[in-house]
Design a protein around this ligand. Sequence first.
Ligand code: COA
Length: 258
Amino acid sequence: MYQTLLTSLEDNILIITINRPDKMNAINNTVMTELAAVIDEVYSNDDVRSAIITGAGTKAFVAGADITEFLGLTIEEGNALAKKGQDTFQKIEDCPKPVVAAVNGFALGGGHELAMACHIRVASENAKFGQPEVNLGLLPGYGGTQRLVQLIGKGRAIEMMITANMIDANTALQYGLVNHVVPQEELLNKAKSILAISNSKAPLAIAKCIEAANAVFDETKNGYEVEMTGFGNCFGTEDMKEGTAAFLEKRKAAFKGK
Ligand code: COA
């Protein structure tokens, strides 16, 4: 049981809802701790094949880190806050099971960084995206400076960060920040429909796709090597034998994640 998150498992998709709607679902210390715990659950629970992260209510996905917790922090405490956020969001990005952000309203600051740490973003028409930290005398601290450049390019990313201007859902679509924009009432179904497809595919191969895509942005890794090793290892899996046999026998594959 979580204090600040709601979870429900539907068709092997863990739906994680950040539940502080009266505070625009702002990420306080408890939310961050619980996000790390729920992602551990996504990693370890065999019944969970993929996850959706969304915000409670119709106004906000997450309107940022909880600004009330910033007051009076020292430099060291500021570093520790960023470290905890970066580590938690890295765990999301590294998750071997697909994680979709269903952005149902404001995704600002740490909320935008959370959405960017997910593998895929889908947005409702009212969604707004921004990194308003410079309004507070800060910069993004949960990986946002890095992932925003990766996702939309340096010029657009720096403009967003130095102006604190928000972009709307259609601009986010045009920038490639989100994959789809849909009416709010269709948002969760859109996210679920993408994951229903990926949940029917070979889980170990999916994990390798994510790992190889992440390696593009990891200077300690050679992405082509990660791809090659992943590809080779798949030949040792039951699922690869099943997938190829099913194709040749003109039937639907039944993958086991083995
Ligand atoms: N941290 C703490 N509380 C927050 C918050 C945040 N990041 N974002 C919103 N809230 C709180 C507000 O203080 C308010 O609380 P109150 O009712 O106790 O006064 C409540 O959520 C509702 O927000 P409100 O500002 O009244 O709603 P709005 O519709 O007028 O504006 C936003 C919505 C998102 C534009 C506005 O809340 C905002 O700019 N939030 C801060 C965004 C930000 O700078 N994030 C980066 C943090 S690093």
